[in-house]
Ligand binder design. Structure first.
Ligand SMILES: Cc1ncc(COP(=O)(O)O)c(C=O)c1O
Length: 482
């Protein structure tokens, strides 16, 4: 009833949409990076639910007019905001093919399940993990970090916590992160019922790294008070500056203290694919769990995150559930144990793994690693240019692909005004359509932040951005001076 009445007509319309999508991706460099959504379009996109059918071609025409021109912009070579991957054409096609298959990858015995297992297995092998390890593709690293917190909670309290929840008797768990850790870990503690007040946030050193000595003292203090330290997070690339915590030292400490060691490697974990960058990340392979994204530095289209858990049994014990309607069989489509639904909160799950599988098959790990290395080199060159710049000064070292800087103090403005100029200049650059960068706070001061997680970026793109930002910032400084 919902299939096309005229398949040949649909074929023609669909081919046109595909051709347009390919042109759209090919010609991205010719367009503005970002265009704000006009009020008229916002209004158009808040209409009542359509009750009557419309031809596919009409719906597609509306999409091209009201949605497509107002994309985020992260497929553009001059997008360096937050940590967004830039996607790939074949990833988009894989997503379309997954849509055509419409597999439900919560479990059962069908091809998509084996693809997700294969993808997870590649990353177990990368980190040298045993076959007993487990993993799950998730929406992103936020969801993956939450899963890791929940598995560690099971390890600390046993599966009884699933039935009885946290009570005053067992709600004495404490976790440890650095101040540079992404806010989603805090959210995970809140969702897991542990409470963010029980997440100790330790100061970072001048390189934005956690100090294992401080961490050890914080754990001892909590133990002395009868609390139960259970979770340490190491960062493999902090969100603000891309710093890498001393992962080996954290692994040693966690082992000594018998505490779960989790690594948030949202983007940095995939740098482990590069032989050149891998030594920076040594220690990640000793983690009890790792959260990371395919949609960031491997450029798989959104969304595609992953959690890996060394102790597959503990992972399963955290999420496994049953019901007569999902009875496992030894044959037929209800066979195929283990089911992914037993490793996460969802029963119905899409075929995210296909676009990851396509990306790795088509490009291979070496080429993907080389794209990561190129971004790191670009960040180093940008930082070198900013070292003696008349308008800007670096405010953090560059470990991977993130460069943070702000208008030079020589601008003669006080800190609060420089903060305002920084934010205003970043916004004006975004509105110019020339490039997108974002802003953050580094040691209490606002900073411009260029995160080069982009396989399309060329050296000239960064030059164009810097000159436009210079022009904009000079204007904002002049305005601030009055
Ligand atoms: C270090 C770090 N952790 C976690 C996240 C959250 O990841 P996601 O946006 O995939 O949920 C990010 C996002 O940028 C991040 O950089």
């Amino acid at each position: 009833m919902l299939d096309p009445a005229d398949w040949e007509r649909f074929r023609a319309d669909a081919h046109r949409a595909l051709d347009d999508a390919i042109d759209y991706m090919r010609d991205v460099r010719e367009r503005r990076v970002w265009t704000p959504v006009p009020d008229a379009v916002k209004e158009r996109l808040s209409e009542a639910m359509p009750l009557d059918p419309a031809p596919f071609a009409d719906v597609y025409a509306e999409f091209t007019q009201t949605i497509l021109p107002y994309a985020t912009g992260n497929i553009h070579p001059r997008w360096w905001g937050w940590v967004h991957g830039s996607g790939t054409p074949s990833g988009a096609i894989a997503d379309m093919l997954a849509g055509a298959m419409n597999s439900n990858v919560g479990g059962r015995d069908h091809g998509a399940v084996y693809v997700e297992r294969e993808v997870i297995g590649w990353f177990h092998a990368l980190f040298g993990w045993p076959r007993s390890a487990s993993g799950l593709l998730a929406i992103g690293t936020s969801a993956a970090n939450l899963a890791a917190v929940l598995v560690a909670r099971t390890k600390a309290l046993g599966t009884a916590v699933r039935e009885h929840g946290l009570d005053p008797q067992n709600a004495r768990l404490t976790g440890y992160v650095s101040a540079a850790t992404h806010a989603c870990v805090r959210k995970a503690f809140e969702i897991a019922g542990i409470g963010s007040a029980n997440l100790r946030v330790l100061p970072v050193d001048s390189d934005h790294r956690i100090d294992p000595g401080e961490l050890s003292r914080a754990i001892a203090l909590d133990r002395a008070q009868g609390l139960r330290p259970f979770f340490i997070v190491g960062n493999a690339g902090t969100v603000d500056v891309g710093a890498i915590d001393p992962l080996d030292a954290l692994a040693d400490l966690a082992q000594r203290e018998q505490i779960w060691f989790h690594v948030d490697g949202a983007f940095g974990a995939t740098a482990y694919l590069s032989e050149r960058l891998r030594p920076k990340l040594y220690g990640i392979e000793r983690a009890d769990s790792i959260a990371f994204d395919f949609h960031k530095w491997l450029h798989v289209p959104y969304d595609a995150g992953c959690v890996l858990v060394r102790d597959g049994e503990m992972h399963r014990a955290t999420f496994a559930s049953e019901g007569p309607y999902i009875t496992r069989m030894t044959r037929g489509i209800a066979a195929g144990e283990p089911w992914f639904t037993d490793y996460g909160p969802d029963l119905s799950r899409g075929f995210r793994a296909l676009k990851v599988w396509f990306t790795l098959k088509e490009h291979g790990a070496r080429k993907l690693a080389s794209a990561i290395e190129i971004n790191c080199d670009q960040a180093q060159r940008l930082a070198a240019r900013l070292q003696n710049d008349p308008d800007f000064e670096l405010v953090a070292g560059v470990e991977l692909q993130i460069v943070c800087f702000r208008p030079h103090v020589a601008a003669g403005l006080d800190d609060a005004t420089l903060d305002r100029v920084t934010d205003e200049s970043v916004i004006r650059l975004q509105e110019s359509g020339v490039a997108v960068i974002s802003s953050t706070t580094i040691f209490g001061k606002r900073a411009m932040r260029v995160c080069i997680t982009n396989h399309r970026t060329e050296e000239r793109d960064l030059e164009v951005m810097l000159e436009e930002l210079r022009r904009i910032t000079r204007g904002a400084v002049a305005e601030a001076r009055g």
